[in-house]
Ligand binder design. Structure first.
Ligand code: SF4
Length: 435
């Protein structure tokens, strides 16, 4: 029996697809590419933008064309918020919500046996328990994602995630550490702690446990040399948190702090809970504490009501604080959110123009950041050969600069190797291995 996965959206979805794949493997399935003929197709959907819905529908159609008799299971955020809509798409056999992914093999088998559609979508707004969906065997042997938290209580006005994934629920610290120990014994050197709103880790648990407590405990785990935090809310960084983090040896100095806009009025409409002044002082504090820090961000341009003046404030702010990388998104209204109902939606051409302007700024900032490390010695965790037979290997520094270096064989994959940065390109650096 063969199963194929298509995963849309964020890192958490990728993690959950790997965990579901393992469940199928344990039942004797072989995981194949999504373009191959399979007996089961799993589409792990996203609903952050309407694009996610549209793409999900196209993929479902593709799976059906590949094998008319396959079982097609649609899981994740789109099926959670619109189970009826998903169940009416032609050819869908199983519809599971965000908190039912662990039961996937069971429901696929039931649909196969009973030859009828199964829709199993639990209510997420009332369910506050963390669904344990662990990965025992990772394909990639260098960095491991670990989902430690799910859900969000923030309700930003453009986002459907709190409706799709429910409120904050966290994995028990004991289980987090057990899993990291297991990953270490499998040879992983780097762990990426991720979640939907990772900064909220622990708010639902007893004993006031926080993300920093987890980071401190990881210091004691042998074998793990690096810990990276996935995207994190800027308000997480209080003085105390930065102080405690400054003593950690394994923490990667790379923080992805979603800014979204550099204008207070726009931030207010977005229901983000910080001002640009607060954001800037967090960036400054991080830069003072961690000299080599890389701070990356997400920006939404063309949010409803974003005037030329508001966009200019954002641009000036970004030009002043010069972050090392920005992911730029053009606002796309998501049905069911407050932002979709707001008046003064911005014209598509204006969004395009603003997006191009920020992308251009990002090009300059990113290169300037990498250039700071020219001729410096850095440590790179090499992950793979750039292409087969090239003898060029790529990996990341602690502060997330992609480095490509020549080496005689693949013995460096999975190892942290001293490397000198010899040249800087737009999005990566060329390195020379130091023997
Ligand atoms: S913080 Fe805002 S954008 Fe992020 S998941 Fe929560 S509601 Fe969505």
């Amino acid at each position: 029996m063969k199963v194929a996965f298509a995963t849309l959206g964020c890192r958490v979805n990728q993690y959950e697809s790997e965990a579901m794949a393992e469940k199928f493997i344990r039942e004797g399935y072989k995981v194949v590419d999504f373009n191959e003929v399979a007996d089961v197709y799993v589409i792990n959907t996203c609903t952050v933008t309407n694009m996610g819905d549209k793409k999900s529908r196209q993929i479902i159609g593709r799976a059906r064309r590949l094998n008319e008799t396959a079982v097609i299971a649609v899981v994740g955020c789109y099926s959670q918020v619109a189970p009826k809509e998903v169940s009416t798409i032609e050819g869908v056999d199983v519809v599971l919500g965000t908190r039912n992914k662990g039961e996937i093999v069971y429901w696929v088998n039931r649909a196969k046996e009973e030859r009828k559609q199964i829709v199993k979508v639990n209510e997420v707004m009332k369910n506050h328990s963390f669904e344990e969906l662990n990965i025992e065997e990772y394909q990639d042997k260098t960095r491991a994602f670990l989902k430690i938290q799910d859900g969000c209580n923030r309700f930003c006005s453009y986002c459907l995630i709190p409706y799709a994934r429910g409120g904050v629920c966290s994995k028990e610290p004991k289980k987090v550490l057990e899993e990291i120990n297991k990953l270490s014994s499998h040879g992983f050197k780097e762990i990426i702690l991720s979640g939907i709103h990772t900064a909220s880790y622990g708010v639902d648990l007893e004993g006031n446990v926080t993300l920093v407590d987890i980071l401190e405990s990881i210091e004691e785990i042998p074998g793990i040399e690096r810990v990276r935090i996935g995207s994190i809310d800027p308000t997480f960084f209080t003085e105390d948190v930065i102080d405690r983090m400054s003593r950690l040896k394994k923490l990667c100095h790379h923080f992805h702090l979603s800014l979204q806009s550099g204008c207070d009025e726009t931030l207010k409409r977005m229901n983000r809970r910080y001002t640009i002044e607060q954001y800037e002082s967090i960036v400054n504090a991080l830069r003072e504490t961690f000299k080599d820090v890389s701070i990356t961000t997400d920006i939404i341009v063309g949010f409803p009501g974003e005037t030329e003046k508001e966009f200019e404030s954002t641009y000036e702010f970004l030009n002043r604080i010069k972050l090392s990388k920005m992911h730029v998104f053009k606002f796309s209204p998501r049905k069911g959110t407050k932002a979709a109902e707001m008046k003064d939606q911005v014209d598509g051409n204006i969004k395009e123009e603003r997006s191009n302007k920020v992308i251009e700024l990002n090009r300059m900032n990113e290169k300037a950041f990498i250039k700071k490390f020219l001729d410096e010695e850095v440590k790179v965790l090499y992950e793979q050969e750039t292409y087969e037979g090239s003898n060029e290997y790529e990996g990341y520094t602690e502060n997330y600069i992609k480095v490509i270096s020549l080496y005689k064989n693949n013995g460096i994959i999975g190892n942290i190797v001293k490397t000198k940065i010899v040249s800087c390109e737009e999005e990566f650096a060329l390195g020379q291995i130091i023997q």
